[in-house]
Design a protein around this ligand. Structure first.
Ligand code: PNS
Length: 165
């Protein structure tokens, strides 16, 4: 049985993430979406708490029977070992992702050679979609709803309303 983990900050989960997770769910027996408690790549705090990010991912992915969502703290390789996963799956978008993803893959390989990292390319329509850009459009009252699931759209509207109070 092959088990894969798909790690990320998921602040919040987007349709781009969902696309990669859905495709991975067709390739592996079990997929665990691993939501990192840590800060994102620019060292900025998250908009949603860890619990909120996990809940939104669970609701967004609840139609995929072999996919579960779990929070994790600490090193990804340790979490992979804990849940007995053999593969890390990451989505790859535009060329700008390469440097950062290659660095993480190289370091994870140094830390744990038995763990393989595989990349799934985003389709063109999601190539430039990111959680950051969705948050920015939402904060500036643009039309962001098609980029996220209905529960995430609702949660983003609520966050913006709280901010504007
Ligand atoms: O959504 P992101 O920013 O692409 O996710 C990055 C994430 C969470 C996958 C990465 O920061 C990570 O694996 N963090 C866990 C800590 C860790 O293992 N760091 C060393 C990676 S080489």
């Amino acid at each position: 049985m092959t088990k894969a983990i798909i790690p990320g900050t998921f602040d919040p989960i987007t349709e781009g993430h969902r696309d990669v997770i859905t495709r991975a769910s067709q390739l592996f027996d079990e997929v665990i979406v691993a939501v990192a408690s840590s800060k994102n790549k620019r060292g900025v705090g998250t908009l949603f708490t860890l619990d909120e990010r996990v809940d939104l991912a669970r609701e967004t992915l609840n139609d995929l029977p072999n996919v579960s969502v779990q929070p994790f703290t600490g090193l990804l390789v340790d979490f992979a070992h804990e849940v007995d996963a053999q593969v890390i799956v990451k989505g790859l978008r535009a060329i700008t992702d390469f440097e950062y993803e290659f660095q993480m893959t190289a370091m994870n390989y140094e830390l744990e050679q038995a763990l393989e990292t595989l990349f799934i390319m985003s389709p063109p329509k999601y190539m430039y979609l990111s959680s950051s850009i969705v948050k920015e459009i939402a904060a500036l009252q643009g039309a962001f709803e098609t980029f996220v699931s209905p529960c995430v759209a609702e949660a983003l509207k609520q966050k913006n309303a709280e901010r504007d109070e």
